[in-house]
Design a protein around this ligand. Structure first.
Ligand SMILES: Nc1ncnc2c1ncn2[C@@H]1O[C@H](COP(=O)(O)OP(=O)(O)OP(=O)(O)O)[C@@H](O)[C@H]1O
Ligand SMILES: [Mg+2]
Length: 248
């Protein structure tokens, strides 16, 4: 198996206070990793540092074998734009643009394909995620689940190798969470590596591997194996038992 992302001795301080304390971990191409841990344990910080959104204080971070910690900002921005996709708890769409225009925007910015091709791909993504009917709607009038689908389309417009999510279902009800997670599982099965931070056992139960953070260290890891289309009661039970064992 090929490693896509690797962190060694990842250390992050804010104002001299260590928040990540020497994290070592590696992610294989095509894997789906969930990151769990108490509030304040450093999950978002870890996600932002391994994706180059923030810069670690020291350590080694490699993406596809290339060091990203010591690259200049332009190179990291370009890497993020073309090879990585991001989704957050809120969709963060531009309110003055339609859903369609929000989705094509990073495609136009990356300039890797002709505008027509980018628009066509946006239509395909919107169909796949079931929002093609609302492509021209005012984004203030669509549901949180629909906004999050649009955010996923925007994250995928440049066909990233890896999708990062910081509690992408954190603001959704259980029905919308299931729908979004079905989409994310499909993206993963189609070949994109996925790393999600979540507080939700049902979301984590869909990952191949769950990493637990406490006080800036990885304290546990459980391997669940590849998710196969439908959630099984065994899989959820397994995950819930682990959470109890780990004191959640
Ligand atoms: N920009 C920052 N400046 C200073 N301290 C920060 C900054 N970002 C995070 N921290 C601190 O780092 C610690 C970890 O924060 P982080 O956001 O990574 O936690 P988290 O595990 O994602 O929590 P939550 O589940 O609440 O989102 C917290 O104590 C937080 O206050
Ligand atoms: Mg967080």
């Amino acid at each position: 198996m090929k490693v896509i992302l690797q962190a060694k001795g990842l250390w992050k301080e804010f104002d001299g206070t260590p928040i990540l304390k020497g994290i070592d971990f590696s992610v294989n191409e095509g894997e789906f990793i969930a990151i769990m841990g108490q509030s304040g344990s450093g999950k978002s910080t870890l996600l932002y540092n391994i994706s180059g959104m923030d810069r670690a204080t020291k350590g080694v971070i490699q993406f596809q074998g290339e060091d990203i910690l010591n690259q200049d900002d332009n190179k990291i921005s370009n890497l993020r734009l073309t090879k990585m996709g991001f989704i957050f708890q809120q969709a963060h769409l531009l309110k003055t643009l339609s859903i369609r225009d929000n989705i094509v925007l990073p495609g136009f910015k990356a300039q890797r394909k002709r505008r027509e091709q980018i628009k066509e791909f946006a239509e395909e993504l919107m169909k796949r995620t079931g929002i093609n009917q609302i492509a021209d709607h005012d984004i203030k009038k669509v549901s949180g689940g629909q906004l999050q689908r649009a955010a996923i389309c925007r994250a995928l417009i440049n066909q990233p190798e890896i999708l990062f999510g910081d509690e992408p279902t954190g603001a959704l009800n259980s029905g919308a969470t299931k729908e979004i997670m079905d989409i994310i599982n499909k993206i993963n099965v189609d070949g994109t590596t996925v790393i999600l931070v979540t507080h939700d056992a049902k979301v984590a139960a869909r990952a191949d591997r769950v990493i637990f953070l406490a006080d800036g260290n990885i304290t546990d890891e459980i391997v669940l194996g590849k998710f196969k289309e439908k959630m099984t009661t065994d899989r959820e039970k397994n995950m819930s038992e682990w959470l109890v064992k780990l004191g959640f």
